[in-house]
Design a protein around this ligand. Structure first.
Ligand SMILES: Cc1ncc(COP(=O)(O)O)c(C=O)c1O
Length: 314
């Protein structure tokens, strides 16, 4: 008999944001006169920026012309894009990150969700509480979270916020293998000062832990003294993988997930200790293909039957 992955059955209910939407809708029905500020999924409010529209149009033209058409791209992303990210997000800010250390994916959520596949099954996971759900849910599915008891997962290490000191989190009492940090934080909106982030980097170096640093909202930082990247901190290259969202800030949010891109930087020195620099590439090469729709020689020459063309997709 074929059985499902039993870890899915451990989830207490539907996905958090679906539940929020459901409860907000129900409340609005019972109290239509109330103005509700929804703290669920933040949707976009503005149309695409002109630069994004121009780039998309020219990319479509490129794919529609035999002379400029591209097939599957390199697993880690096109060199021109990785070089632009390395230059604009890192090198121009004086941060040492090379294009060869960058992996471009189909979204930041895909990256933060799937990156746990690189860890052993018994890795101990730590998250701040409250937390963006995918860090926990992906580890539940992988079987690392234990059981859901009284609103907490038994094998997850929860890092508690200290409200009285400006939401700076305490170090975990149990040593974690992987620490998920997200700054600016979803959902609290807090940021870490350079010193506070350095304390986390020092902790991870001391304990031999890896930090998965989600800086999806980095573009919203305006305050001086707040790091935009964990790699601004000395020693972070030894212990941190950073995940960026490149789409929201640039105005491609409303293209939906397929149109956005995420990217991870995985310098992690010394390379031999973790070998993690090569692991995302192994994964990308084995589990991802690059072209969302390709036309094989022999497929229909127009759009009459897209299903025929899709059969050619790998
Ligand atoms: C902290 C954080 N990381 C990642 C994501 C998802 O990024 P993407 O839409 O590129 O998958 C979100 C929400 O959109 C988020 O709040």
């Amino acid at each position: 008999m074929t059985t499902v992955n039993g870890n899915f059955l451990k989830f207490p209910g539907v996905y958090l944001f679906q539940e929020i939407a459901h409860q907000v809708a129900a409340f609005k029905k019972t109290a239509p006169e109330k103005r509700v500020i929804s703290l669920g999924i933040g949707d976009v409010t503005q149309p695409l920026a002109p630069a994004v529209i121009r780039a998309l149009h020219s990319a479509v033209d490129e794919m529609g012309n035999a002379a400029t058409f591209r097939g599957y791209g390199p697993e880690q992303g096109y060199a021109f894009l990785r070089e632009a990210i390395a230059k604009n997000d890192y090198q121009d800010r004086g941060i040492k990150v090379d294009a060869s250390e960058i992996f471009v994916s189909d979204g930041a959520k895909s990256d933060v969700g799937s990156i746990q596949e690189l860890c052993s099954n018994d890795a101990v996971i730590a998250v701040t509480d409250p937390v963006y759900p995918v860090y926990v849910d992906s580890n539940v599915i992988a079987g690392r979270a234990g059981d859901y008891v009284n609103g907490k997962w038994s094998n997850i290490v929860y890092i508690h916020w200290q409200n009285q000191n400006g939401f700076v989190s305490e170090f975990p009492k149990v040593r974690p293998d992987v620490i998920y940090l997200c700054y600016p934080n979803n959902p609290t909106g807090t940021v870490l000062t350079r010193d506070a982030l350095k304390a986390w980097v020092d902790y991870a170096r001391r304990e031999g832990s890896v930090i998965l640093y989600d800086s999806a909202y980095e573009a919203y930082i305006t305050e001086p003294g707040v790091p935009h990247s964990i790699y601004e901190i000395e020693g972070a290259r030894e212990v941190a993988i950073e995940v960026l969202l490149r789409g929201g800030a640039g105005g491609t949010e409303d293209l939906g997930r397929q149109g956005r891109s995420g990217c991870s930087e995985a310098p992690l020195e010394p390379q031999k200790r973790y070998e993690v620099q090569r692991l995302p590439l192994y994964r990308a090469a084995r589990c991802r293909s690059g072209v969302f729709r390709r036309r094989q020689a022999g497929n229909p020459p127009d759009d009459r039957d897209l299903s025929e063309q899709r059969r050619g997709d790998a």
